[in-house]
Design a protein around this ligand. Structure first.
Ligand code: SF4
Length: 377
């Protein structure tokens, strides 16, 4: 990834993570920042494109570990936990909601990450009979900056709790530098889409074949895999494209190494359309027939979404009968019409992950899943 300049907050000058980044990015100009507030005000005028080439190394005040913010009560969420170690992303997907979500355009890396592994251990110990799924890919791509941050390796090494599965989501093929694992409690997951969508809407990301090849290399190193068909786009001839994608995916890696698969269709806050029109005038992503959902985000009509999901789900289930498939931010009607059932709520969905992993991967040594350890079921 092309970093043109590093801005270094003096507060984290001596942090081990800062030192590692500066060492690995030797040769990139560094400017020290004393007055953080003034600096942030000044750089707010950076364009999004410019922000993606400038790295801001600073500290995060407050807990770095949080419940995933997808908590709108009209849609089922999976009770995922996120580590906000970084915000913003050097890749450039046309539909990326970070373009309107973040109020700071710089690639930001929080160098006081040491504390997060303790936060994870404390959380895991507070409810030792349930499983926590925790990831770093909420406000960035988990692996895009990893070759010089090494965050993935740090977390993998430091988090020892038996009831935690870490997930790192990416659209890159940056796995060559990752260490081999002895315990297979880390999921590397890829967001995937048909090649024409990757070419036209997911700039600076790895081609589909490279992502799948990276997934195979990850398995050889002891990682488990996840795949996110998200956002599913209603492009012309989407059936042919998505059927081809599923064929390629299911032939590339064995089902037994895949921990989970999610489906989600295009959704974005209305303000994003203007940004897409301005930054990506050739993109077709926001031109379909979209309506505001119950959370205010634009989506395809429910019958359109369901029709797509039903086909994609049946194509996926033909070769793969066991893998856990779930929806990200969908309602119970869509679940029922596609899969024939719906979780009874967010906690039940959370429990179903535990149940599936317990049954399919005994080597994880998870506790026997019990509903009452998932609050509010
Ligand atoms: S990879 Fe994810 S975070 Fe990065 S630009 Fe694309 S959608 Fe946004």
């Amino acid at each position: 990834m092309n970093i043109e300049k590093i801005y270094l907050d003096e507060a984290v000058e001596e942090a081990p993570l800062s030192r590692r980044v500066l060492e690995r990015l030797r040769g990139v100009p560094v400017e020290k920042v004393r007055d953080r507030d003034r600096f942030l005000k000044e750089t707010q005028s950076f364009s999004l494109t410019q922000g993606k080439k400038n790295l801001w190394l600073t500290e995060f005040k407050g807990p770095l570990l949080k419940p995933c913010p997808g908590t709108d009560r009209n849609y089922l969420c999976c009770n995922y936990w996120v580590i906000n170690a970084q915000t913003n992303c050097p890749l450039d997907c046309t539909y990326c909601i970070l373009q309107t979500y973040l109020n700071q355009p710089l690639l930001t890396l929080y160098a006081n990450l040491e504390e997060v592994s303790e936060e994870i251990e404390t959380l895991a110990a507070s409810r030792p009979r349930r499983l926590f799924r925790i990831g770093t890919g909420e406000l960035t791509d988990s692996l895009a900056l990893n070759p010089f941050t090494g965050i993935t390796e740090d977390l993998t090494r430091r988090v020892r709790a038996k009831n935690v599965v870490l997930e790192f989501k990416t659209k890159t093929d940056f796995v060559g530098h990752l260490p081999s694992l002895s315990r297979r409690n880390v999921v590397l997951s890829w967001s995937v889409n048909p090649s024409e969508i990757i070419r036209e809407e997911e700039f600076k990301s790895a081609p589909l074949e490279a992502r799948l090849e990276a997934a195979r290399r990850a398995v050889a190193k002891g990682y488990r895999l996840g795949f996110h068909l998200d956002p599913i786009l209603e492009i012309p001839e989407w059936e042919k494209s998505y059927q081809g994608l599923i064929r390629e995916l299911t032939r590339s890696v064995p089902e037994k190494d895949v921990a989970w698969i999610s489906f989600g269709s295009l959704r974005f806050p209305p303000a994003l359309k203007g940004v897409i029109d301005e930054r990506f005038p050739k993109s077709g992503v926001a031109t379909g027939e979209l309506v505001p959902g119950l959370d205010g985000k634009m989506r395809y009509f429910r019958p359109v979404r369901t029709a797509m999901y039903q086909k994609i789900y049946s194509w996926m289930r033909e070769p793969w009968k066991e893998v856990f498939i779930y929806f990200c931010m969908e309602n119970d009607v869509v679940w029922k019409e596609t899969m024939g059932f719906s979780p009874e709520g967010n906690h039940h969905l959370d429990f179903l992950f535990h149940e599936n992993l317990y049954q399919r991967f005994p080597d994880l040594g998870l506790n026997k899943p019990e509903r009452h350890f998932y609050a509010g079921h």
